[in-house]
Design a protein around this ligand. Structure first.
Ligand code: URA
Length: 252
């Protein structure tokens, strides 16, 4: 791809467009071993070798990261009060990263962070039904009746019922201790094909239960890398990126 030299440097976080123009004027930038003619000189992002203050600046057009989102940060680009998910992506030079969709501040797990608007649109389009699977701890004894209601499509207070969702019960255990007699906690996995605000929490509320802990474990073909601790991230492989374009998209 051929782009202007000042855009190349600004995209890679060397400085603002006006700062990089200054650097070019002050001869702090070299292209293939020579001083460029000016900020508007075209460079080939794949072939040309661009140095800033003697250090090579390689161009990456699109970046894709899998973040294990921790609790306590918001799925936004900026926020006046809280840490954002971008604060955890410390190794990127790009200034145009954003999270694909949202997880609540108290939800953990898989979050895709990229600057690829086309892929984000592809994954979030409501008609595409990209499945998202969550592990949850839920108060109460989740049973087969709840799973049947999830599959029918629950009324969560919107114009239309939620689309059918799959609910797998992993375990149920009674709570012990004073005042807790008769209380249960259930571990479940839920797969939804929409991304409505507080969707999983509202689905459990609709069956009279409360989500105590929520973690996203997969989105489409992408599963949370089990080696990532909350707050850690890694770049996606090319296969993982291709997989996200390909599916699966379906009702559970
Ligand atoms: N459903 C929720 O209730 N919260 C999330 O963060 C994601 C899905």
């Amino acid at each position: 791809m051929q782009i202007r030299l000042d855009k190349y440097l600004a995209d890679m976080g060397v400085g603002t467009r006006s700062e990089v123009k200054q650097y070019i004027r002050k001869k702090q930038v070299q292209v293939n071993g020579s001083c460029p003619s000016g900020a508007s000189q075209k460079v080939d992002t794949k072939k040309d070798r661009v140095l800033f203050q003697g250090l090579e600046i390689q161009y990456t057009e699109k970046e894709y990261y899998m973040l294990h989102k921790p609790q306590g940060c918001v799925s936004a680009v900026t926020d006046a009060r809280h840490k954002t998910v971008l604060d955890y992506i410390t190794g990127s030079r790009r200034k145009d990263l954003f999270p694909v969709g949202r997880l609540d501040i108290d939800t953990e797990g898989l979050l895709l962070v990229t600057n690829d608007g086309a892929l984000s649109h592809h994954l979030l389009s409501p008609g595409r039904h990209v499945p998202k699977t969550y592990y949850a701890k839920v108060s109460g004894e989740v049973g087969a009746g709840d799973a049947a209601r999830f599959l029918e499509g629950l009324d969560i207070g919107e114009d239309k019922p939620a689309l059918p969702a799959r609910l797998d019960i992993l375990s149920k255990s009674p709570l012990h201790g004073e005042g807790r007699e008769g209380s249960w906690v259930s571990e479940v996995e839920v797969t939804v094909v929409e991304g409505k605000f507080h969707q999983v929490k509202r689905m459990f509320e609709a069956v009279g239960k409360k989500v105590l802990y929520l973690k996203r474990v997969s989105m489409g073909s992408l599963a949370l890398d089990g080696t990532l601790k909350p707050g850690e991230y890694r770049a996606l492989t090319e296969n993982e990126v291709q997989g996200l374009w390909q599916g699966p998209y379906m009702h559970p």
